[in-house]
Design a protein around this ligand. Structure first.
Ligand code: UDP
Length: 385
């Protein structure tokens, strides 16, 4: 039997985490020949995160150059992808989310007239510049995609509102929940030495908070204000330990280190491998983040989140009551944190807002039907809050 060759194109940490469970699902079906293409938009990070799932890319395009412009990055990825498409001739292409890699993958699939599946389709802030360039990347990918795998009801509605035919949209849930559940069931020891020591020392007398920050629009003053907020929260609550996972971006690191190095009970960690990060997150009472993926994970674990952004393409987190938009205003961050930490009963239990851990399986069945490998009907994801 002739196998169908399927490309998974990725280049950053969230793409690696969100595509890994889908790649694992496709690898189990012998009808498909899987090709994993890492553009290396975030060099090392994406490969390291694939390794967390036992995956190695078939093609590593190594496009990352320090402080390169979006023009240069786009042209490098397009050139390299053309070479790989010519060499491999895929029959189906997956891209995920809203990165420059995803946009270039989508455009390449279009130029080669290959059907394109967009994973996590339909997220919108409806603001052209926020986040930049991701919002426009998503919009453009939606114009190019043949199949839109929406994570939530709202994302599906957004696509319908833009005129995408309902038959091309499939509500699958978000594959991040598949990744999260896979890793929660993985009992490898913590690999980061500082985190390992901190978590092993824990005797129940400390409450944990996790912080991440990386969005381009928050670089500089925004990140500085988040850091001030973290310092004030640590001073106000002597039983807290605040873990700040430092994004490797030099601008983010420099700002955080300048403001928070040496502050008591604030632990600065070089960015963590996914299993370590999930262990930390699942023990935290509060998360402060501008990351999309971290919001989805926190909501899935029912951990309150302060979202350090002005607008969100994931209003589900706010509507569920788990998330609060605080922007990068120090006083709002401190007030939000003290409210959550002062609440009597911390929330816990998983919620099915973004997925039930079966999104990859649904997408696999959908694409199997497209190729005529299966005739089984697959039900869409039913969110529960
Ligand atoms: N993450 C991680 N280690 C860290 C910080 C984050 O593994 O130290 C993971 C996190 O669990 C989530 C993903 O990185 O799945 C989010 O990536 P990022 O914040 O870079 O991108 P976004 O989700 O905002 O697109």
């Amino acid at each position: 039997m002739k196998k169908a060759k399927v490309f998974f194109i990725l280049g950053t940490r969230p793409e690696a985490i969100k595509l890994a469970p889908l790649v694992l699902a496709f690898l189990q079906k012998e009808e498909f020949e899987v090709r994993l293409i890492n553009t290396g938009q975030h060099r090392e990070m994406s490969t390291a995160f694939l390794r967390n799932f036992g995956l190695t890319p078939h093609h590593d395009l190594r496009v990352m150059v320090e402080r390169q412009s979006l023009h240069y990055l786009t042209s490098r990825i397009m050139e390299e992808l053309e070479r790989v498409f010519l060499e491999e001739r895929p029959e189906f292409v997956f891209v995920q989310g809203d990165t420059t890699t995803a946009l270039c993958g989508a455009l390449s699939a279009f130029y080669f007239r290959v059907p394109l599946g967009h994973v996590e389709a339909g997220l919108r802030t409806w603001e052209k510049w926020r986040p930049f360039p991701e919002e426009m990347n998503r919009v453009l990918i939606s114009r190019l995609a043949d199949f839109h795998f929406a994570p939530t009801v709202l994302a599906k509605q957004n696509l319908l509102r833009e005129g995408v035919a309902e038959s091309q949209i499939f509500l699958a849930g978000n594959t991040i929940v598949d990744a999260l559940f896979l890793i929660l069931n993985d009992h490898r020891p913590i690999s980061h030495p500082v985190l390992r020591e901190e978590l092993e020392q824990e005797d129940g007398s400390c409450r944990f908070v996790t912080v991440t920050a990386h969005r381009r629009e928050n670089w500089g003053e925004g990140i500085r204000n988040i850091a001030f907020g973290v310092k004030m929260i640590a001073e106000a609550c002597p039983d807290l330990k605040i873990f700040f996972s430092l994004h490797p971006n030099p601008s983010v690191r420099e700002t955080v280190l300048r403001e928070l190095a040496g502050i008591s009970r604030v632990v600065l960690l070089d960015h963590l491998e996914y299993p370590d990060f999930v262990k930390l997150l699942s023990r935290s009472l509060l998360v402060i983040t501008d990351s999309g993926g971290v919001q989805e994970e926190a909501a899935s674990l029912r951990i309150p989140v302060l979202i350090t952004r002005e607008s969100t393409e994931r209003p589900e987190v706010v509507e569920s009551g788990l998330g609060t938009l605080v922007g990068c205003r120090t006083e709002k961050i401190v007030e939000g944190a003290l409210t959550v930490l002062g609440a009597k009963t911390p929330l816990r239990q998983k919620s099915y807002l973004f997925g039930d851990g079966k999104a990859s399986w649904r997408i696999l069945h959908f694409v199997s039907r497209f190729f005529g490998f299966s005739h089984e009907d697959v039900q869409e994801f039913q969110p529960l809050s």
